[in-house]
Design a protein around this ligand. Structure first.
Ligand code: NAD
Length: 270
């Protein structure tokens, strides 16, 4: 009987996320890891990066990867590398699942042309943690029923940017769901910045950086006599894997370019 497992290539396989994806693919009974790409580490065995026993060697993206016949490539690299990698996937008829962050509006226009549903499809998600996607969806759903909201995002102390992309996207989704937010009452500041940054629709976003944390976010919503807190915690990189594997399984059935996991989870944008 033919092997019907999904043939997966991992791009950025020596990286923190890439190596975690390799392990998740190896553990998935319906998937086969057929190629691992990481040019800065070309020629080294995948074993050197904590994924033992596959016999796979890190390579460039090119004829040897094509010969391995992947049907899906998962990219967790850096934005400049991802642009070239995705072009290769689109032109070679390989579906792409993309977790790399930092792609711009222009990139998304290019990707819609490249992944036109004819040769290949792509799923791009800035956050593959299913709980985080649900948190954003629930926050947008709740927004019209509350007059005030604040977002607190908390991350490890190596994070260089603030606020997180997820916090900004949450604020944007809430602002799209409701324009009726009470004005900020604060008139004087004993400490500049005490009220955090003002995001879309004036929603305040606070960034906490603390050693020992991974990635966390709480959305607080308030109205007369009650409040609602929606919190998500990622404790390690495995939190992203169910979402990545879902996208690997689904990408062939989603013509063109899909942004975010919402439709894959069965709910459209709020
Ligand atoms: P990392 O630096 O540990 O890994 C990146 C890897 O890509 C490195 O091994 C590097 O050598 C390799 N690389 C460089 N150029 C390449 C190329 N042309 N082709 C293939 N590989 C190449 O980074 P990381 O922590 O694993 O994060 C990777 C990306 O994933 C970042 O953009 C990060 O923001 C993003 N991320 C996304 C999610 C999500 O849910 N979408 C979650 C976590 C991290």
């Amino acid at each position: 009987m033919a092997d019907e497992r999904i043939r997966v290539a991992v791009l950025g396989a020596a990286g923190r996320m890439g190596a975690t994806v390799c392990r998740a693919v190896l553990d998935a009974p319906d998937m086969e890891l057929v190629a691992v790409v990481d040019p800065p580490h070309e020629g080294r065995p995948l074993d050197d990066f904590g994924v033992a026993g596959t016999g796979l060697t890190l390579s460039m993206l090119g004829p040897s990867v094509k010969a391995a016949e992947p049907s899906v490539a998962v990219d967790f690299t850096h934005v400049d590398a991802a642009r070239g990698n995705l072009r290769w996937c689109g032109l070679n008829g390989v579906h792409a699942v993309v977790g790399t962050t930092g792609l711009t509006g222009d990139d998304f226009s290019d990707l819609s042309a490249l992944f036109d549903g004819e040769r290949a499809n792509a799923v791009v998600a800035p956050n593959f943690a299913i709980g985080a996607v649900l948190m954003m969806h629930l926050a947008a759903l709740a927004a019209p029923w509350f007059e005030s909201a604040e977002i607190i995002e908390l991350h490890h102390d190596n994070k260089l940017d603030a606020p997180s992309g997820t916090a900004m996207l949450t604020a944007q989704r809430m602002a799209e769901a409701s324009g009726e937010w009470a004005p900020d009452p604060t008139k004087t500041y004993a400490l500049p910045g005490a009220r955090g940054g003002e995001g879309p629709a004036g929603i305040h976003v606070h960034s906490v950086r603390l050693r020992g944390l991974v990635a966390h976010q709480e959305v607080l919503l308030g109205t007369t006599g009650q409040s609602l807190s929606i919190r998500h915690d990622s404790y390690d990189r495995t939190s992203f894997m169910p979402g990545v594997l879902l996208a690997v399984r689904e990408v062939a059935n989603r013509p063109g370019l899909t942004i975010g996991l919402d439709t894959l989870l069965g709910f459209g944008a709020t």
